[in-house]
Write a protein that binds this ligand. Structure first.
Ligand code: ADP
Length: 192
């Protein structure tokens, strides 16, 4: 399996680049944000609880997201690999992911970090909010809170994978094509 963590602050372009990666490498896209929004749309109990948290820009509890992810890995044992988009977002999630993958005799091959400065993130998220109406993108205070949460709780995940020698930083302030071209250069080291 080829398992990739696509990492970066909110608005760094993870979703866009994931779409390209899954097409080219036939991987399964696992976006915890998308799964949670699907739960909200279906008005499940989990979805209703998650909505309160997401609307504030806080993180949903680790056990909730881990539960969602483990089921999907379990049901796709023969997949070529996964793209984890928006997960892991805490060190605890990263540790559980490593353990889950070991059980399936696989691991995280690499982490791609989309590097985008705060000013650009805020502009992109505000614009996205105007178009989509996504609640956590509409309010500047919530956007700012998500960026703060990224720095305090999520950024350590980058260091966790850096220590394993698996993290690659990509300049995310370029056109979508240019970002993907830089990603492709890294990918060519892993896929022959
Ligand atoms: P973005 O990267 O733009 O913040 P996401 O769709 O990845 O968008 O996440 C939206 C929200 O969903 C987050 O602010 C958080 O509340 C929740 N969420 C998504 N993934 C996770 C996760 N792995 N752990 C905890 N909460 C998560």
């Amino acid at each position: 399996m080829l398992n990739i963590v696509l990492f970066g602050p909110p608005g760094s372009g993870k979703g866009t680049q994931s779409e390209r990666l899954i097409k080219q490498f036939e991987l399964i896209h696992l976006s915890t944000g998308d799964i949670l929004r699907a739960q909200i749309a279906e008005k499940t109990k989990l979805g209703l609880e998650a909505k309160q948290i997401m609307d504030k820009g806080e993180l949903v509890p680790d056990n909730v997201v881990v539960g969602m992810i483990s089921g999907i890995i379990e049901n796709n044992k023969n997949a070529k690999g996964f793209i984890f988009d928006g997960f892991p977002r805490t060190i605890a999630q990263a540790e559980v992911l490593d353990k889950m993958l070991i059980i399936h005799s696989t691991n995280v091959a690499l982490l791609l970090m989309l590097d985008v400065e705060e000013e650009v993130l805020i502009k992109r998220l505000t614009l996205r909010g105007e178009k989509s109406g996504r609640k956590d993108d509409v309010d500047i205070n919530i956007i700012q809170n998500r960026i703060n949460v990224y720095h305090s709780q999520t950024k350590p995940v980058l260091e966790y994978y850096q220590k394993q020698g698996k993290a690659f930083q990509i300049n995310g302030v370029q056109t979508e094509e240019e970002v993907y071209s830089d990603i492709s250069k890294v990918m060519s080291k892993f896929v022959k």
